[in-house]
Design a binder for this molecule. Sequence first.
Ligand code: GDP
Length: 447
Amino acid sequence: MTDTIFALATAAGRAAVAVVRISGPATLHVVSALAGKVPPARLAALRRLKHRGIELDEALVLRFQGPASYTGEDAAEFHVHGGRAVVDALMLALADLGLRLAEPGEFTRRAFENGKLDLAQAEGVADLIDAETEAQRRQALGQVGGALTRRYDRWRDLLVESLAMLEAAVDFPDEDLPEAVAQRARPGLVALASEIDAALADVSRGHRVRDGYRIALVGAPNAGKSTVLNGLVEREAAIVTAIAGTTRDIIEVPLELGGYRVLLADTAGLRDTDDVVEAEGVRRARTWSSEADLRLWIVDGFHVEQLDLDEGPVLSAGDWVVINKMDIADPAAASLVAKGLRNRGLMVTTVSARAPGELDRLKAALVDHVTEALSGSEFPAATRLRHAERLREARAFLARALSSEGLEVELAAEDVRLTARALGRITGTIDAEDVLDRVFSSFCIGK
Ligand code: GDP
């Protein structure tokens, strides 16, 4: 028999209202034990909660009748006053009534197991709870609403149709027919292959929206990276000093730009050094910046000649150069350098990072850049690594199905089956316990 579980659904700590929810077969019994008369399903009722003759609180009680509930089971919520002692007293009473404290993600896992949500939607719930920016919210909400699920279901329908055609061909092995029948499956499979290719090409966008677009501030020590970072985030996140080599580790600062989550990192000044700690900082900086989505090279405008050096910073296409300290720089020299860089296809902005308000222009340009990189007409197909891996696997099986000469019917059918299986693992129609454990353990208790 399934346990009945409980957990605090709202954040821990003092608040006006706290919501404790329960789910499982003992729900009705527990509601009546604590609240007396059981309210009708889906209608909030004000009740005095009592346990063993002691009054706990006056609360709103909301009951759901399975399967019409989040978990699909009988469930209830107690909206109590949000003081710690109130919540503790209620939770102790629930435990005393034989309920068990829920594990992380257990409510959502039950919803999944009872067919209320598929795995991609459940992940959407976790993402929605974690969402901090407008784009994260939209992406997660789309996922909860089944935007991914519908796409994968459509793909799987197409595979099942193709499979039916291939199997029909297997059933007539002695005739000339098989080839012709099997060939009918091809156009659908080819179209699906290109849809999966498009989805794979879009994988990084989904990740960036969810996890953040990574911008590395790189450049020589003392060029003003920390000043730029502090100016962009509008607070003192990095230490600014006139001593070169101040930043020894990567300071990763989350920031919202145009509704997107951005991670900005001030990386250790890139220079050769004998200092072991600084050398490690430089190594980490190189790794972070090589994996970043955008590199902002901060250049000391007072020393623009730094940029002439061919042995200096290795600028690559797509990098963005910020010529800083324009208040003390020679404008003619800076503009000459800027022109040269623009001719090489690089973006260039000149600023004086230390002057108030000067970074607004840079910030506005970054908003445009990030918006262009991350917005798209269609919902990204994969928001997690797990999805991308399965998509790649599906694509490989599909390629094999399509490569069999004239579609060797039986082999192709098997590959189509494997393609469908790989896609089914994204939504969790087919999956092993360990994957489920991993997905749900990332939730917090009460979700
Ligand atoms: P980092 O080593 O690249 O992080 O450089 P910092 O941000 O620590 O800056 C190094 C020095 O340059 C500090 O003394 C800053 O105050 C100074 N600095 C930064 N931006 C400007 C600027 O726009 N104009 C001037 N004159 N000095 C600046």
